[in-house]
Design a protein around this ligand. Structure first.
Ligand code: SAH
Ligand code: SF4
Length: 392
């Protein structure tokens, strides 16, 4: 490596890649198992402190590598205990992560992209457009910073095991579509699961997707963690309008992919997230249609009342309607929870994460032609400001 080229970031490597890196350096692969706990369990950000490596190895490593973390731009705590970090993501972009302490666990909701190209009509992130994929270190760095900050502050809760970090669960439900940033997301997942790094069980790591069917299959092969699928409509006509990805991968294909995923999933059910939008998808007949749709997919439902954001063109349903919708699913023996909204006062609730997305390239998923046409299903790429989206 020339002296002018930037050093590699050790946080970009999953366990296998770190082994390969050491071999390339002329070192033994087991160095990776020595270094990973320094990085991801002791939250060390200085190679010179890795005291079980000889000085010669540390110097050799420091000549080509460093530990670079995403910079925290803002750190806000909600009156209900939710906490949101805004991380710099280069070129005036910023992404958000949200910590949700609960009675029996601490969950971090992390982002995978600066913006999102999926263009869902009800989502603040989608309305921002897309800038770029986050690197592995930018994804893992959110967990690193949150854990280290909480540890340094002496955060304590009964469910934190001695010597373990305070974040017990990770959900990929922040900004972005994780399956559209597959390689970096899978590398981050490998670190979340590795016993030499965060050591979380597959059941405690949940990836949420809008339904990128081929990549659901790829995830099943590469790294099957718990899967949540954003459904939000019981039929293709409505889902096409709310979620343009459906025009490419309609519901029948999505249901089949969910069934295939269950062969390798760490849980024996898929979680379907269903956002409730007043007078759009919250009719009881639509709940009954959902029961039919998922008949062959072992699943649970998580109903999410719509969280408003500036210029949103939807309304949240009433509590009565939400409960009645839940009742239809429960009566069909589908376990159905209603997501508690948290962090509203700091804009940290589901769908409210806007971060900051600049210089966005608009890969307009909503430009994907409907299935009825035979036009090529290529995403069109356009620059500039985002035309206001209408869901109808
Ligand atoms: N891109 C992935 C994960 C991030 S979005 C996905 O779409 O699944 C996480 C969840 O928040 C999704 O279920 C999404 O549909 C939901 N969501 C988006 N906008 C929302 C809003 N305004 N109110 C409530 N939930 C919203
Ligand atoms: Fe992207 Fe998910 Fe928002 Fe859709 S709901 S725009 S896929 S982040």
């Amino acid at each position: 490596m020339s002296s002018t080229s930037p050093r590699i970031n050790l946080l970009d490597y999953d366990p296998a890649a770190l082994e390969a890196f050491f071999v390339e350096m002329g070192e033994k692969p087991f160095r990776a198992r020595q270094v990973l706990p320094w990085l991801h369990q002791r939250f060390c950000d200085d190679i010179s402190q890795m005291s079980d490596l000889s000085k010669v190895v540390r110097d050799k490593l420091a000549a080509v590598a460093e530990i670079r973390l995403p910079r925290v731009l803002r750190d806000t705590t909600s009156s209900d205990g939710a906490r949101k970090w805004l991380f710099e993501a280069g070129a005036e972009n910023a992404v958000e992560a949200v910590y949700l302490p609960e009675d029996d666990r601490g969950t971090l909701c992390i982002s995978t992209q600066a913006g999102c190209m999926m263009d869902c009509a009800f989502c603040a992130t989608g309305q921002q457009g897309f800038n770029r994929n986050l690197s592995t270190s930018e994804i893992v760095g959110q967990l690193w910073v949150a854990n280290r900050t909480l540890l340094a502050e002496g955060f304590n809760a009964p469910w934190i095991e001695a010597g373990r970090p305070p974040i017990t669960n990770v959900v990929l439900m922040g900004m972005g579509e994780p399956l559209a940033n597959f390689k970096n997301v899978v590398a981050a997942l490998q670190l979340f699961l590795s016993d030499h790094a965060y050591g979380l069980s597959r059941r405690r790591v949940t990836l949420s997707t809008s339904g990128v069917v081929p990549m659901i299959d790829a995830l099943r092969e590469a790294c099957p963690v718990a899967l949540a699928v954003s459904l939000h409509a019981p039929d293709d006509a409505l889902r096409d309008r709310l979620m343009p990805i459906n025009r490419r991968h309609p519901l029948a294909d999505l249901m089949a992919a969910c069934r295939r995923y269950l062969d390798k999933a760490p849980r024996d059910f898929i979680t379907f997230e269903y956002l409730l939008l007043a007078d759009v998808n919250d009719a009881l007949a639509q709940a009954a249609a959902l029961v039919e749709l998922v008949r062959d997919v072992p699943c649970k439902f998580n109903l999410i009342p719509f969280n408003p954001f500036p210029d949103a063109s939807f309304l949240a349903p009433t509590r009565e309607r939400t409960l009645a919708f839940q009742r239809v699913l429960m009566d069909a023996n589908i376990v159905t929870t209603i997501r508690k909204t948290r962090g509203e006062d700091i804009d940290a609730a589901c769908g409210q994460l806007a971060g900051q997305v600049r210089n966005r390239v608009r890969y307009r998923m909503s430009d994907v032609p409907h299935r009825a046409t035979n036009a090529p299903h290529e995403l069109r790429r356009s620059h500039g400001s985002h035309a206001k989206h209408s869901a109808t």
